[in-house]
Design a protein around this ligand. Structure first.
Ligand code: AMP
Length: 189
């Protein structure tokens, strides 16, 4: 099963993507996690990426697309994947579509986590206190939301046109959203 999770910060994408990955036995591919891992390794690439992340801006498309292309070509992604945090803009979405055509695969569903801005922002602020992520300051959270509206929302429209977009009521509890997900994936799988 080839899945995408799409939605703003604080929508619960990462939590649900991890659960999907363990339930369906497919890798959770999160660009944010991959960039944070690179940052923790302290390589030159990691340092550059770290600075960009801490500003709330997006890492350049070429780097991000190349990283995802390499990741999806690994053997563990053959059975499927759940992509989280990618694509973030239309350029990345078109690159992903082309990549999948190239390997003869398609997306089975795009899970769209719909939450009001206030809910997502509040959750992101709470996570900031719990996890202490360097890019979770109020200013950076606001910048990320702004970029989400201008760059990432068009990606949802792009996939809505395929008829495979599944809107979720993501302001509900983790278990409620999870049951919406499993119900909708039963129809897909
Ligand atoms: P996330 O954990 O998905 O919120 O991502 C954390 C940060 O990593 C973002 O604010 C961006 O700086 C960077 N990032 C993650 N995914 C992407 C992507 N697909 N394209 C560009 N930058 C990304």
């Amino acid at each position: 099963m080839n899945l995408l999770v799409l939605g703003p910060q604080g929508a619960g994408k990462g939590t649900q993507a991890k659960r999907i990955a363990s339930e369906y036995g497919i890798p959770h591919v999160s660009t944010g996690d991959m960039f944070r891992a690179a940052q923790a390794e302290g390589t030159e690439f990691g340092k550059q990426v770290g600075e960009i992340m801490e500003s709330g801006r997006l890492v350049p498309d070429e780097l991000t697309i190349a990283m995802i292309e390499e990741r999806l070509s690994r053997p563990d992604a053959r059975a499927g994947f759940v992509l989280d945090g990618f694509p973030r803009n239309l350029t990345q979405a078109e690159a992903l579509d082309a990549m999948l055509v190239g390997i003869g695969r398609g997306l089975d569903a795009i899970l769209f986590f719909d939450v009001p801005d206030e809910v997502g922002t509040q959750r992101a602020l709470e996570r900031a206190q719990l996890e202490g992520r360097a890019d979770d300051t109020p200013e950076v959270i606001a910048r990320r939301l702004q970029i989400y509206h201008s760059e990432t929302e068009p990606v949802a429209e792009h996939y809505r046109a395929t008829g495979k977009l599944i809107p979720l009521h993501a302001a509900r509890t983790i278990d409620e959203v999870w049951s919406e997900i499993t119900d909708s994936l039963q129809v897909v799988a």
